[in-house]
Design a protein around this ligand. Structure first.
Ligand SMILES: Nc1ncnc2c1ncn2[C@@H]1O[C@H](COP(=O)(O)OP(=O)(O)O)[C@@H](O)[C@H]1O
Ligand SMILES: [Mg+2]
Length: 646
């Protein structure tokens, strides 16, 4: 090291463009700051060891309930095994005391051995049976674990699907999701840890009974002796959990980076734009900072564990000393003393088991609690809480936006301000405007994907806020601006299991969208898997995918058809087909069409022009091309580019 550097002033890089350690550290700090969520950390730091230790019984109950829900047989089996283990431990201990009593009593040694024989047989049988029960526990847990893990994952997916689309913009939502997801992943651990605690408790009950019979002072002493260790374990678990909270934002970003770097669709940018090496660098730095935080927590945890173990060792010595004193002062007989040694050993072992299992369980419990909290209301974003459950009596005729203002959470400005718009079945309304003018946002509001910040979106006079969202979307066909390439067959990609799934219905929709042209090139026609990630599958081009997404929308017999730049990726012929077919589609549908192809919007009954979130013009194609304004400016520009006007 040649120079000492203060934290506040990372030095400039001295050797050309290669960043040195210090500037790297500065950028790590920057990234830590970027992906940080203070609110969760504050909530987490309010947890105390005592409150969590008190929650242990409810955690055990909860994990048993979870296991019960997914596999009753295995749950009953496990509970029986644990109780059986406890009973056998008690029997074994009593037999040990009996054996010692028999062996040290007066009389002939052969006779004494014969007296002890039944007790010895009980010890052997109990040990054997306990081993058998242990194997059964491993087997049943192995059956339960994966089922439980997958069930937990599914509940997470359901909860996030049940959240508002706008949730992703809400502060802390993604972080809450990440932490909850971790909770879902560790759910099976909770069951296993509950097992350990239950088993240890059962054995402790046996040891405690025997100890109390032998001398009443031994048991309280034993508990006192184990307290410091318990406190240390729980504290160290808390440190590790808090480190998890603190790094959750960064870990979320790591997950995102992993996904994008490995994701086939981003492959081109990763390579040709050199995004890959750039992102790997970022991944390394972020990972290093998360590693450092986790390592520090592990170190602190280990120190606490060590302190606890030392305290525990001293306390155990005191217990053994007390036992010796009881024996030496004649307060306890020799046979009872021998039994007490075994009982103490068993009880100490099981108290340690309860403590370590309990501490692990408390930590897992924190995560599981986060998971369950997320399931309850999706971090306050559950649609069940923000929307009603009303159903429409019939497919709606009219879709209306009334005086709507919308601002995305955390955005500095409104994306839409005081917008009103109406589309009826049989009508085509075109929405035009420059990038960022609010077209997509308006279409999301009309579909009920977003709820307005101010104003109302009404479907036949029913507000989208009052309607059951899933029933509402039965009436929507959407061609989103950004669509997903799902690794499903063409058939499933079109129908998503809904509507008329017959070939005839699908082929009609394919004809309308132009997807029929690509069918001969697909190995198994409609049943071709649309991805090359699996053998036998085939990947489509961007434009072909757009045709497919259009097919999906045409196939749905929905009252509202919303198309957000549906022809952006289409060739001229395909685009022409779509615009030419719109009138036919509009017969029993209300169509909202967002497009930049201004010459094509002549088909629309009305054109609505958006600028900076406000409607600035509205009229027919004939009107808008005549009157001066934004539409005509954009329209003339486009015509000039395509050489229609000199
Ligand atoms: N998911 C989002 N979160 C936050 N802001 C958004 C989101 N989507 C769009 N916006 C903002 O809303 C404004 C309008 O966007 P959008 O409706 O997508 O415009 P258009 O479709 O007309 O290009 C833009 O300023 C954009 O930054
Ligand atoms: Mg858009």
């Amino acid at each position: 090291m040649t120079s000492a550097v203060t934290q506040d002033q990372p030095p400039q890089s001295r050797k050309g463009t290669v960043p040195d350690d210090d500037s790297q550290q500065a950028s790590v700090r920057e990234e830590e700051y970027l992906y940080r969520d203070e609110s969760r950390l504050q909530a987490g730091s309010q947890l105390t060891s005592r409150t969590m230790a008190r929650r242990l019984p409810s955690l055990v109950r909860r994990s048993v309930q979870m296991a019960w829900r997914v596999d009753r047989g295995a749950t009953i089996g496990l509970l029986v095994c644990q109780i059986g283990t406890g009973v056998l431990a008690a029997l074994g201990l009593l037999a040990v005391t009996g054996t010692i009593t028999a062996l040290i009593s007066a009389g002939d040694i052969t006779e004494r051995l014969w007296d002890a024989a039944p007790q010895l047989a009980v010890i052997a049988a109990a040990t054997g049976l306990r081993a058998l029960l242990g194997i059964t526990v491993v087997w049943l847990t192995g059956r339960l674990r994966p089922v439980l893990g997958r069930a937990a994952e599914l509940t997470m997916i359901e909860a996030s699907l049940g959240a508002e689309l706008a949730a992703n913009n809400r502060p802390g939502y993604n972080d809450a999701y990440d932490i909850a997801d971790r909770g879902a992943q560790v759910t099976p651990d909770l069951v296993e840890e509950a097992q350990d605690v239950l088993a240890a408790t059962a054995t402790l009950a046996a040891g405690a009974t025997v100890l109390t019979v032998l001398h009443p002072v031994l048991l309280p002493l034993l508990f006192l002796a184990c307290l410091p260790q318990a406190a240390a374990y729980v504290r160290s678990a808390r440190v590790i959990y808090l480190a998890g909270l603190e790094t959750s934002g960064r870990r979320w970003m790591l997950g995102k980076l992993r996904w994008h770097m490995a994701y086939q669709e981003s492959g081109e940018e990763m390579r040709a734009c050199l995004a890959g090496p750039f992102l790997i660098g970022r991944y390394r730095r972020l990972a290093a900072s998360v590693n450092a935080a986790e390592r520090e927590a592990a170190n602190t945890g280990a120190w606490m564990g060590l302190a606890g173990a030392v305290a525990g060792g001293i306390a155990s010595t005191a217990v053994w000393a007390a036992l010796l004193w009881l024996l030496a002062s004649g307060r306890m007989g020799l046979a009872a003393g021998g039994g007490a040694v075994f009982a103490l050993q068993t009880a100490t072992g099981s108290v340690r088991g309860i403590i370590s299992g309990g501490a692990r369980m408390v930590r897992t419990g924190w995560y599981v609690q986060d998971w369950q909290r997320f399931l309850d209301n999706a971090h306050g974003q559950a649609m069940a809480d923000s929307r009603g459950t009303a159903a429409l009596p019939a497919a709606p005729e009219c879709f209306e936006v009334r005086g709507v203002t919308y601002r995305y959470d955390g955005a500095p400005d409104n994306s839409l301000t005081d917008v009103s718009l109406r589309v009826k079945r049989g009508e085509i309304v075109a929405l035009v405007g420059e990038n960022g003018s609010g077209k997509t946002t308006l279409s999301r509001l009309l579909c009920g994907l977003l709820l307005p910040t101010e104003g109302e979106v009404a479907w036949d006079h029913a507000s989208t806020t009052d309607l059951d969202p899933w029933r509402l979307w039965e009436h929507v066909a959407l061609v989103p601006q950004k669509f997903t390439y799902l690794p499903l067959t063409m058939r499933d990609n079109i129908t998503f299991g809904q509507g008329d799934t017959s070939d005839a219905a699908l082929l009609a929709a394919c004809e309308a969208s132009g997807a029929a042209e690509m069918l001969p090139g697909l190995r198994s026609g409609l049943n071709t898997l649309l991805t090359s990630e699996w053998f036998g599958g085939q990947q489509l081009s961007g434009g072909q995918w757009q045709r497919l997404v259009l097919t999906r929308a045409f196939h749905r017999q929905a009252a509202l058809l919303v198309m957000d730049e549906p022809t952006a990726a289409l060739d001229a012929r395909a685009e022409h087909r779509i615009f030419a077919g719109l009138r036919e589609l509009a017969k029993d549908r209300a169509i909202l069409l967002i497009t930049h192809r201004l010459t094509n919007v002549a088909t629309a009954d009305r054109i609505v022009v958006l600028n900076e979130g406000r409607i600035v013009q509205e009229g027919t194609y004939a009107q808008l091309t005549q009157q001066p304004g934004l539409f005509r400016t954009l329209w003339e520009l486009q015509r000039r580019m395509s050489g229609d006007t000199p």
